[in-house]
Ligand binder design. Structure first.
Ligand code: ADP
Length: 172
């Protein structure tokens, strides 16, 4: 009669979620989603998309290093990258949940298309949306790069490690 499971509901599976994106570079908006998502899952994999068609400012390795730096206090978060279909990456990591952030109606329209496509490719995969922190609803990596390119102050928009990397990049 008694179950040996540690969970009162008898649930044994670990809940692994993947937060995919370009993160070129990671902003305070991304970090807010990472922190909140990490509380909801046993394990969160932040996965940098290695997109060969875009010309990024930071290499995949640099983006991963920055992400690792700014999440080092979160023990259940790991950083990874992928260049193949997201659903293939999810399978290889035994993950079933995709986390995405929503800032606006424009984000929503794009995201619903991506979520439906991924679900169509693998119906075991669900996408979960987290609303942006209103403080960061206007914030994107592109805006940050534009400000930093002209030596504007990005102090409140990105973590200090990212600010230092942007300053270094644009003084090269
Ligand atoms: P993309 O995948 O379009 O290149 P990003 O890498 O910038 O986008 O973002 C990855 C995810 O983080 C997306 O779901 C995006 O909507 C979300 N995101 C980006 N900036 C913010 C923000 N300021 N607040 C909440 N979510 C965000």
């Amino acid at each position: 009669m008694a179950s040996s499971s540690t969970s009162p509901l008898g649930l044994t599976g670990r809940r692994v979620a993947v937060y995919p994106g370009s993160f070129d570079p990671v902003t305070c908006g991304h970090l807010d989603i990472i922190r909140r998502a990490a509380k909801q899952f046993d394990h969160l994999i932040v996965a940098v998309l290695n997109n060969t068609s875009k010309k990024p400012l930071f290499s995949v390795e640099e983006r991963k290093e920055l992400l690792a730096d700014v999440t080092k206090d979160l023990p259940n978060v790991t950083i990874d990258s992928f260049r193949d279909l997201l659903v293939h990456f999810m399978k290889s990591r035994e993950a079933h949940v995709i986390v995405r952030g929503i800032r606006s109606v424009t984000d929503f329209e794009y995201e619903i298309q991506m979520a439906s496509t991924n679900h169509q490719l693998d119906d075991d995969i669900e996408t979960i949306f987290m609303m942006t922190n209103p403080k960061y609803s206007y914030l994107s990596s592109s805006i940050v790069k534009e400000i930093a390119m002209f030596h504007g102050n990005v102090q409140d928009l990105v973590p200090p490690e990212v600010q230092a990397a942007l300053i270094a990049k644009f003084s090269e």
